[in-house]
Design a protein around this ligand. Sequence first.
Ligand code: ASP
Length: 438
Amino acid sequence: MGVKVAKFGGSSVADGIQLDKMRRIISADPERRYVVVSAPGKRFDGDNKITDLLFLCLSQMENNIPCDQIFQVVCDRFTAVKLNLGIDIDLTEDFDEIRERMSGGAPRDYVVSRGEYLSAKIVAAYLGFDFVDTEGLIVFDKRGRVKLDETDARLSEELKKHEHAVLPGFYGTNLETGEIKTFSRGGSDITGSLVARAVKADIYENWTDVSGFLMADPRIVKDAKPIGNISYMELRELSYMGASVLHEDAIYPVRLAGIPINIRNTNQPEDQGTVITAEHDPADKRVVTGIAGNKDFTVIAIYKNTLNKEIGFVRRLLSIIEDHRINFEHIPTGIDTVSIIISNKEIEDKLDDVMEDIEAQLKPDNVDVYTDIALIATVGCGMSFRPGVSAKMFNALAEQNINIRMIDQGSSEMNIIIGVSNKDFETAIRTIYDAFNE
Ligand code: ASP
């Protein structure tokens, strides 16, 4: 029999109704032996996530304001679920201990991790699985990075002893201090990935509230087609451009172990969702896998005659960017031109100083700055070595009178990034989508 790790996000464990759906999913497949849970999320618009309430407790504590009332709301939500589903568990001792530690000024990560801790305890009792705490099993070094191999050894050693287990997402232990340490927000996805690697799972199922990835943002392309399978590399390119369902650090551990990730929908378990695998399936003749993008980038376009003969020009440009501690996105180059593309958020207050340095140090013939650029990535392993893909895209955009301000294609040929004016963003995405979905 195979082994599956199923991670359920905040909306999938938000209340009794969602937990009941989760239980059905688990009992429908005996291979789903290891479950990782987030803290309960929002039950409706305007509701609070448990983790947000815990962050609120923390800021009250930091300002010496009592947080008992907010923590009581947290306790009440868990108690309501327990009563609603008739789960046989007493959380009073846990509540008391957390309250006591908080009154003594408990560390940040301990406080915000308690949502996952309590969630896993209650889910374990509901499913009749063992509760296995990730404290001391997922371990971080003193710089806050997961010690991957040690974590793998500790988790697999422990989980061998449990036929079925529920583990809390989001945290582990800092080996230096011995204290609880959390991942960044949304980090339960990483826990699921580490557990999947440790138990050598056949698949890592990530249960959320959407049926995987769509080819484009449905707010822009109505009825955008679902993506049945996608490679890690394609996903990386699309997530970088804002198509986010999964924490980006969740990919590495399972990728290392060659375990596919399946994004599934707790509210529509019959949907197959998106499967993320190491390699693109060669039998799949699809050209474009997905289209994603973001608005609000700045392009600084620098022109200088015979720039191509000037040694060190690009290095000096990048040093200027580095000196201002700016993160850049792309640097497309021509014979006498080089452009640098930076998100508006990064450069906003620094643009004048950067321009001054460029003029003084690079002595360009001309510099143009555009601050209203949107970037669109068209991604697909099927694009490489296939002639005519960019022609098709550029013709379609030309027919819509969309001016392309920049083009960048990575050497992997699985991604074409174009820059268009912010106002053309939505039309450009729809046009590309239609061109490849006739
Ligand atoms: N509960 C944490 C958060 O809200 C972690 C997670 O759900 O993955 O960010």
